[in-house]
Design a binder for this molecule. Structure first.
Ligand SMILES: CC(C)(COP(=O)(O)OP(=O)(O)OC[C@H]1O[C@@H](n2cnc3c(N)ncnc32)[C@H](O)[C@@H]1OP(=O)(O)O)[C@@H](O)C(=O)NCCC(=O)NCCS
Length: 169
């Protein structure tokens, strides 16, 4: 079972650059990141938090949460990245399950959490479904790829009452 640790800025900046630039992200806008590009990925701020996914001493994933500034009326968005060598082993499912528990438990006024995926990212969609998210819509040609092409975006969400019905304990 992985553990989850807040990413601290700037103390963890070098580790973040290394993690982001040493893995391939086939369904993100930029599948590969140079160190310079990785250094520009916003990880911590007024409306954004990030968490490491760790297994023992090894960093195996990164969770980012956006749009935390309007928590009472808005819907925070998730970005989940698992290191290539650790994909397909349940880590993504554990990570989404943990961040959903963490957000609903930490923010009493939070009503819903959203996540978007490219239409062909079946692993991510399966993880969301397993964690209680529902497919809410398909946004046509909303996903811009780095090569200039466009793909459909699928949007998933989970409501507090849906989480309450399946929450552990
Ligand atoms: C997407 C991602 C977060 C999922 O995490 P993971 O640890 O690989 O996922 P898990 O092992 O927990 O679960 C994957 C599920 O998808 C399924 N799956 C994997 N590839 C699949 C495919 N091509 N088609 C259908 N299902 C697939 C697995 O069978 C599993 O479902 P199951 O447990 O019901 O069998 C991870 O693969 C990743 O980081 N990918 C690259 C970054 C990325 O795409 N992030 C999301 C951006 S929106």
């Amino acid at each position: 079972m992985p553990s989850f640790v807040p990413l601290v800025w700037p103390a963890h900046a070098d580790a973040a650059v290394s993690f982001l630039s040493s893995n391939v992200w086939p369904y993100h806008w930029q599948p590969t990141l140079t160190e310079e590009q990785a250094a520009n990925v916003k990880l911590v701020g007024d409306d954004i938090e990030s968490f490491w996914v760790e297994a023992g001493d090894e960093t195996i994933g990164l969770i980012r949460v956006f749009d935390l500034d309007d928590i009472a009326t808005g819907s925070p968005l998730l970005d989940i990245r698992i290191a290539q060598a650790h994909r397909g082993r349940g880590v993504g499912t554990a990570a989404v399950s943990w961040i959903v528990d963490h957000l609903f438990s930490s923010y009493n006024e939070l009503h819903r959490i959203e996540a978007t995926t490219r239409h062909d990212n079946r692993a991510m969609q399966r993880v969301f479904e397993r964690c209680g998210f529902r497919l809410e819509g398909r946004l046509l040609e909303a996903w811009a790829n780095a090569d200039g092409s466009r793909a459909d975006t699928w949007i998933f969400a989970i409501l507090r009452r849906e989480w309450s019905a399946i929450r552990p304990g």
